[in-house]
Design a protein around this ligand. Sequence first.
Ligand SMILES: *[C@@H]1O[C@H](CO)[C@@H](O)[C@H](O)[C@H]1NC(C)=O
Length: 171
Amino acid sequence: MQIKQLLISAVLAPAALAATSPQTVFYGFENLHKRILSTHECLKSFNGGMTQSLTCGYELYNVLMASGSSRKDLADLDSVPADQVQTYLNHYHGIRSAVADTLSTAFSKVDSIESQGFKMFSQVLLRNFASERAIFETLTKSKIPVANHSEIAGPVDSLKVEFEKTLTVFS
Ligand SMILES: *[C@@H]1O[C@H](CO)[C@@H](O)[C@H](O)[C@H]1NC(C)=O
């Protein structure tokens, strides 16, 4: 299955190294956010058709690429300047909320996903995104001032729970 190979190669893509600015990180976050919203739209209308499977698979591939590239940009950023912490948090929470909505839709679509034989594969992808979430949390804590860590604690824990809940139906 071509789309699966494409997605697997995205998961395994090697990291590139480059210095980066907060603007580059925000641009990457914006792109990631858009890709997640677009995947969510696809998933909402997903009923197990072959064309839909390919379309949503392609959307997911774009999320994987955007997420990988955002993560690399963030890793290469020295730190988020104090006057940009709020902007950072706005992006962060926007993405977190889009991911939570998408997970909730995936949870409700498990039967359609299973009917196409994508259940095990979805589980692999979900685990990948769950570990990506943990990496973003760790990176964020290393880039924003400690005084602002409380701004992400609660919502980020709830997203972790959301991943665990979704994984229960895909296991
Ligand atoms: C970050 O923490 C500092 C110190 O507590 C606070 O003054 C500032 O408002 C916080 N920034 C944001 C965006 O919450």
